[in-house]
Ligand binder design. Structure first.
Ligand code: AMP
Ligand code: MG
Length: 330
C-alpha cells in the first residue's frame, strides 16, 4: 500500500476525512504525540489499527472527538464531576474513562464496558477530527513497544506502506501521551500520568484524586502492563544524579566495546564522554524525550538516561523513562 503524505490545506483535510469515513487509517498530529486514527464506529477499520501497530488486542484505544456532542455520542457523561472535568480540560491533554455506549464496538474498548475519550488541544488535531465527522479511535502512531512518534517523519519510519495516509503537521508540543483519568470509580483515578496533573484535576473537582502507583498490581488500564516506549538498544535509568557512578558504568561498558551515550539535563562532570541533552525544563524534556531516544538508538548501543527532577510533570516523564529502560535502574 502506498502511504500518502497529506498537508494542512482544505483539499488534503477533506481527503483525510474521506479516507477515515471509507474505513482507512490516517495518522495525524495532536499536541501530545501523533495518533493512528480510524473511524471508531467501524469495527473493521479499528481492527486495522491493531494490525498496523502489532498491538495486543486486549489494549483498548482512546476515542478522539472534535466536540462535546461527540463525547455524549460514545459515552455516558451526564454527571456533575464529569461535566466539570470536560469544561476544564477539554480540549486538552486529558483522556477520561467513562461508561461506554453500545455504538462503540468492543474492538475499541477491548471488551470493557468503559470507553476512554479525549478532545485534543491542538488546532491541527481538531481540524482533522472535524473533517472526519465521526469519532476517531487512535493510539500512538508507532509500532507497538517503540517510543511514540512526536513528528510526522517518525510516523513514516514506522507506518510507511501500512496505512493510507499521514497528515503531516507540526512537531508535538507536549511530547508525552495524555493523562488517563478513570471517572467510573467513586474516587477519580489517574491510570496513566501525563501533562495534566492530579493536583490540577483535584482542584477542579474540589476533592482528592487517586493515582495508580503500581499499575501491575491491578490492571485497570490494560495498556500499562506491556513493554512500552522502548528504543532498539540497551537502556538504563539513573534517578539519583550520581555523576561518579554514571561515569564508572559508562567507562566499564565502553571498555567492552559498546557505544554509550548519557542522556541528561546537563553535561557537567561527564568530561569528554558522549552526552545528549534532554532539555533544561521538565516541559522541554517531555517534548524531546521520544525523539531523543530514537536518535540515540541509531548511533549507540547503550543509553544511560539520568533524570532527577521531582515535580508532578517529572513523575509523568519518569513513568515513560522507567518503561523505556525496561525497569533497569542504575
Ligand atoms: P495509547 O493509545 O497507546 O495512548 O494507549 C491508550 C491508553 O489508554 C492505554 O494505557 C489503555 O490501557 C488506556 N485505555 C484506553 N481505554 C481504556 C479504558 N476503557 N479503560 C482503562 N484504560 C483505557
Ligand atoms: Mg502508545
Amino acid at each position: 500500500m502506498e502511504t500518502h503524505l497529506l498537508h494542512f490545506n482544505d483539499d488534503d483535510l477533506q481527503l483525510a476525512g474521506q479516507l477515515i469515513q471509507q474505513g482507512q487509517l490516517v495518522a495525524f498530529p495532536t499536541e501530545t504525540v501523533y495518533g493512528l486514527g480510524a473511524n471508531a464506529l467501524d469495527r473493521d477499520a479499528v481492527q486495522g489499527i491493531f494490525a498496523a501497530k502489532g498491538r495486543p488486542s486486549d489494549n483498548p484505544l482512546i476515542v478522539h472527538v472534535a466536540n462535546a456532542s461527540q463525547i455524549s455520542q460514545v459515552a455516558h457523561c451526564d454527571n456533575a464531576d464529569v461535566q466539570r472535568v470536560v469544561e476544564a480540560f477539554m480540549p486538552g491533554s486529558l483522556t477520561v474513562v467513562l461508561p461506554k455506549r453500545d455504538v462503540v464496538p468492543d474492538v475499541v474498548t477491548a471488551g470493557l464496558n468503559t470507553v476512554a475519550v479525549r478532545m485534543p488541544g491542538s488546532k491541527q488535531a481538531l481540524s482533522f477530527l472535524s473533517a472526519c465527522q465521526v469519532p476517531v479511535a487512535a493510539p500512538s502512531a508507532n509500532t507497538s513497544t517503540r517510543p511514540s512518534p512526536t513528528n510526522w517523519q517518525t510516523v513514516r519510519d514506522d507506518m510507511d506502506g501500512k496505512i493510507a495516509a499521514i497528515l503531516c503537521g507540526d512537531d508535538c508540543a507536549v511530547g508525552i501521551e495524555s493523562t488517563v483519568l478513570d471517572m467510573t470509580q467513586p474516587t477519580p483515578t489517574v491510570l496513566r500520568p501525563g501533562v495534566v496533573t492530579p493536583s490540577q484535576i483535584s482542584k477542579v473537582l474540589g476533592k482528592p484524586v487517586k493515582v495508580v502507583t503500581n499499575p501491575t498490581a491491578k490492571v485497570n488500564s490494560p495498556g500499562v502492563k506491556y513493554k512500552h516506549y522502548a528504543p532498539n538498544c540497551e537502556m538504563v535509568l539513573n534517578v539519583d544524579g550520581d555523576v561518579q557512578k554514571i561515569c564508572a558504568f559508562y567507562d566499564a561498558q565502553a571498555a567492552q566495546g559498546k557505544r554509550v551515550v548519557i542522556l541528561a539535563q546537563q553535561a557537567q562532570g561527564f568530561g569528554n564522554r558522549s552526552v545528549k541533552l534532554l532539555g533544561s525544563t521538565d516541559e522541554a524534556v517531555a517534548q524531546g524525550l521520544f525523539a531523543s531516544l530514537r536518535q540515540c538508538e541509531t548511533n549507540f548501543d547503550l543509553i544511560i538516561a539520568s533524570y532527577t527532577s521531582t515535580t508532578e510533570l517529572a513523575h509523568s516523564i519518569l513513568n515513560r523513562l522507567t518503561k523505556s529502560a525496561g525497569q533497569k535502574i542504575l
